[in-house]
Each structure stands twice: as structure tokens, then as C-alpha cells.
Design a binder for this molecule. Structure first.
Ligand code: PLP
Length: 495
């Protein structure tokens, strides 16, 4: 079955997967969605014998139907290789009766690597397939993790340049150091005076500027996105849910067909949407539990049917979830609106004009797959400490939000379904917060002293990604106001 991609906001002609990957965002500002969610065409039993790479092929081929087998396998082999520090790519750890799906074994030790190590290959393959001669300029807004993962993925990839914007005071010291030390002649990193939403809004504005696009075209450039709105990000993320299920089956932890729940620490709603797509493909998933931090706009949405971004914005110790506009939620809204693009467009217009929209009760009825929860800073620290003390396992602050929400969910619902917790970052990426959660005595230690202490107490080796930046030189020092983003882009490109 051929799958095409259409916009969530208007009745435009559906396009192939490779063209949707090249475009990133639809011309009308909408997101690309598949014309249908394909069904898994191999049994779970068969999948349970497959490697990560083979599973990736079996899942992705169903979505990216205009890629040849050779093209897709080449992309997969280049992405999921020894950049990952484990052959399993996404191992599952059983801790305290939950299964932590560790998505942080890639180059930058956060789950963004799962998609961003393959996106550059999908993108350059898509360019070749469609006869694109322009150089592709990746523009990315990051709340911390996407930026470095995108930089690492695109660095020195021929025919591409990448410009990453981040909120200057909204990322962790290690996240910032990881980005500003990035090598590669085609990489640029810029700090913005503002928060993540300002940064993301600025990037979206550049994307939708038609005059600028024309100017770029004349100079032989075209923009594309590495943000989680690109379907080339979303599709690779479906893979690890299928792989996790197959892994549970292989280990005899579940029976074939048994339902599992998943808990996902959520920001832009990309990761949990991928789990929802996996469920729609036929993977036996029961509840999709959406975990938020103090920026609980999604929790309130699932409770009330009202999405309201007009609220105080908190900087938390899980910065990659400090988001008030969850872009990928639009794909779910479109789906529960009965794939009615006008209805979705009206809601998104309300969000952009007033910062708030309310869905109908019919739409709410279609949200029963989801449960929402949130964890305060105290709860997040408490669970890191508790799980460490009970088991020796150390989790990062984002994963802790999910673990805490899961604990509450289980207590309130009495739902004992076996559960996978998406573990989205290595504790080494947020060492200071993690160690502070474990004991106040670590407050006085320096960043890298803490890294060594974490290694000692968790009995895990310091990841390469951290070793690398201990001594690396700062190569990027541009900082600008949010109004200056476009001129900074032009300057980098010499336009
Ligand atoms: C990006 C990120 C998230 C949020 O994922 P979304 O797909 O944006 O919902 C959670 N945790 C970490 C560590 C991240 O980097």
C-alpha cells in the first residue's frame, strides 16, 4: 500500500514521503500526516527474533513507501552503527517492576539521537530522489537535546548546512557546552535572549517567510527542518516501541498479544505520538501515559479538553520538557477531528491568535487511549533518590518525571499492566540535578567532579559524549535577540 502525506491544515494534494521529508513543514503551516497508518505486516513473534536494524526496516518501509529497499537499508545501516554504545541500540532495563526503554545510547546521550542519526540520510536520499540541486539548510530550535543531536547528525554531511538556535539561559551547562563545542564546517550555533517558545516561534517565522524563501532559492539554498515536526523524525521513533515490545516477548516477560502500557516524558509530543502511531499499526499498547513537568499544559488538556498556553512558564530541571506549545499535538488533534483539516486549522488559528482552544466532546471521546499526569520538581527528585537507594539504578530528570507519573497512575488506577517507561536521557546529561536529587552533599562539587562521582555510585562508565567535552574548545559564541534571528541566518549564508 502506498502511503502519501498531506497537510493537517488544508486540502492540498498529498505528496510522497521523500518530498514531505524535504519540506519538513507544509506550505500552509500545517504538519504532514500519513494518508493512512499502515498495519504491521510481520508477526510479533517474528519481530522478536530481529535486530534493531531489521525491525527499523520492517517498520519504516511501511511508512516511507517511495524509498527502495536498498535506499532505506543504507540509511538505517549508516544511522544505527557504532555511534551507539550498545549493539541493542535501545536496551530495556527492568527496575522496580517497570521496564526502562533506554533511548540514550547514541552520540549525544539523549533520545533525539534515535531519529536524528537517521534523518540526515533520509534527507539527502530524498534530495537525490527528487533531483534537488540546492544546498539544504537545516534550521532548528532546541530546548537542549535536539540541537546537539541534530548538529552531530548533520556535521560534515555533504550538501547540508545546519543552524541551531537555543534559549541562552534555558538549557543545562552540559547541554550548552555540547553544542558550542560542535565541530564541522557546516555547523552554526546561536543563543537567543528568550525562552524556547520564542526560539521556536522565530524559526517558524523564518520558515514561513515566502520572500526569504525566494531569495534563498536564487542563491542555491533551501530550508528544511530537523525539528520533531518532520515526518523523517517521527517515523524512526515508531520503531523502538515495536522493538521494545518484541524484546519483552523475547525475554518471556509478556505473552504474544499481551497489552502493555507506555509512559512518555513529553514536551513537543513527538515521542508519545510515535507510540500512538505504533498502537495504530496494531502493536498491543493499552494506555499511552503522557507525563509532564510543572509546565503541565498537556495534563490540563487531557483533563479538560482545553489547551491553554496563557500561563506562567517554569524553568525546571527537565528543560527538554519546558514547552508550552507542543507542536506535534496538532497531528493528534487532526486525527480526533476526524481528519477534518478545516476544523484543525480553526483550532490552530485560535492557538496562534488567543493562545487557547477547546476541543468538542466528540473529540474528547477519542482520547481514551491517553492518560495525563505531571510531576513537580520535588516529586521528580524524590523518585530519582528512591529508585537509586532501592536498586542502584540512576535515572535522569526527564525519565524521573515519567517514573513519578507512573507511580501515581498505578496507585490511582490500580492498573497492573506491564509498563515501558521511555527513558529519554542519560543521567550524565543532567548530572548536577541528578546528583543533587541523590544527596545535598554534592552541591559543592564541580561539574566534571560530579560526573566521576556519578560513574562511581551508578557503576556505569562515563559516556564518550561527556569525555569529549571535558577539554573541548568553544567554537560558537553568537548570541542574539529573537528579532535578529533572520539576519543572523542571512549572515551565516552570505546572503
Ligand atoms: C525532547 C525530549 C523530551 C520530550 O520529547 P518530545 O518528543 O518533544 O515530547 C523528553 N526528554 C528528553 C531528554 C528530551 O530530549
Amino acid at each position: 500500500m502506498e502511503i502519501l502525506y498531506k497537510s493537517t491544515r488544508s486540502d492540498s494534494t498529498p505528496i510522497t514521503a521523500s518530498r514531505a521529508i524535504l519540506k519538513g513543514l507544509a506550505a500552509d503551516g500545517g504538519l504532514f500526516v500519513p494518508t493512512a497508518i499502515p498495519k504491521l505486516d510481520v508477526s510479533l513473534k517474528e519481530l522478536s527474533d530481529m535486530s534493531y536494524q531489521e525491525t527499523a526496516y520492517r517498520v519504516m518501509r511501511l511508512f516511507l513507501t517511495d524509498f527502495t529497499e536498498e535506499e532505506l537499508r543504507t540509511c538505517i545501516d549508516r544511522a544505527y552503527d557504532d555511534k551507539f554504545d550498545t549493539k541493542e541500540i535501545a536496551p530495556l532495563k527492568e527496575v522496580n517492576n517497570a521496564f526502562y526503554l533506554e533511548l540514550f545510547h547514541g552520540a549525544t546521550i539523549a533520545f533525539k539521537d534515535m531519529a536524528l542519526s537517521i534523518l540526515p540520510h533520509l534527507l539527502t536520499t530524498s534530495a537525490k530522489k527528487n533531483g534537488v540541486k540546492n544546498e539544504i539548510v537545516i534550521l532548528t530550535a532546541t530546548s537542549g537535546d535536539t540541537g546537539k543531536a541534530a548538529l552531530a547528525g548533520f556535521a560534515d554531511v555533504k550538501g547540508t548546512k545546519i543552524i541551531v538556535f537555543y534559549p541562552k539561559n534555558g538549557v543545562s551547562p552540559i547541554q550548552e557546552k555540547q553544542m558550542v563545542t560542535q565541530k564541522g564546517d557546516n555547523t552554526h550555533v546561536v543563543g537567543i535572549h528568550g525562552n524556547f517558545d520564542d526560539t521556536q516561534t522565530g524559526v517558524k517565522k523564518i520558515f514561513s517567510d515566502k520572500a526569504l524563501a525566494k531569495e534563498m532559492e536564487e542563491k542555491g539554498f533551501q530550508f528544511s527542518s530537523a525539528n520533531s515536526i518532520n515526518i523523517g523524525r517521527l517515523v524512526p521513533q515508531v520503531v523502538y516501541y515495536v522493538y521494545a515490545y518484541a524484546n519483552l516477548l523475547r525475554q518471556g516477560k509478556i505473552k504474544e498479544g499481551e497489552t502493555i502500557n507506555v509512559v512518555v516524558p513529553t514536551g513537543n509530543f513527538g515521542n508519545i505520538l510515535a507510540a500512538y502511531y505504533a498502537k495504530n499499526m496494531g502493536l498491543p499498547i493499552g494506555k499511552l501515559i503522557c507525563a509532564s513537568n510543572d509546565n503541565k499544559v498537556l495534563f490540563d488538556f487531557f483533563e479538560s479538553g482545553v489547551y491553554d498556553r496563557n500561563r506562567e512558564f517554569f524553568l525546571t530541571s527537565s528543560p527538554s520538557m519546558d514547552i508550552l506549545i507542543s507542536s506535534n499535538l496538532e497531528r493528534l488533534i487532526y486525527k480526533i477531528a476526524g481528519e477534518d483539516h478545516d476544523k484543525n486549522a480553526a483550532l490552530m488559528e485560535a492557538l496562534s491568535q488567543k493562545g487557547v482552544y477547546e476541543i468538542t466532546s466528540d473529540m474528547r471521546d477519542k482520547l481514551t487511549d491517553f492518560a495525563g499526569g505531571y510531576a513537580s520538581e520535588e516529586q521528580c527528585f524524590a523518585i530519582i533518590r528512591k529508585v537509586y537507594e532501592e536498586t542502584g539504578y540512576v535515572m535522569d530528570t526527564h525519565t524521573a518525571v515519567a517514573a513519578s507519573v507512573y507511580e501515581d497512575y498505578k496507585k490511582n488506577s490500580k492498573d497492573e499492566t506491564k509498563t515501558v517507561i521511555a527513558s529519554t536521557a542519560s543521567p550524565y546529561k543532567f548530572t548536577r540535578s541528578v546528583m543533587k536529587a541523590i544527596s545535598e552533599k554534592y552541591d559543592a562539587m564541580g561539574d566534571f567532579e560530579l560526573v566521576d562521582e556519578l560513574s562511581r555510585i551508578s557503576k556505569t562508565p562515563v559516556p564518550n559524549a561527556i569525555e569529549e567535552i571535558r577539554t573541548a574548545a568553544v567554537l560558537h559564541d553568537t548570541v542574539c535577540e529573537k528579532e535578529e534571528m533572520e539576519s543572523v541566518v542571512k549572515k551565516f549564508l552570505g546572503v
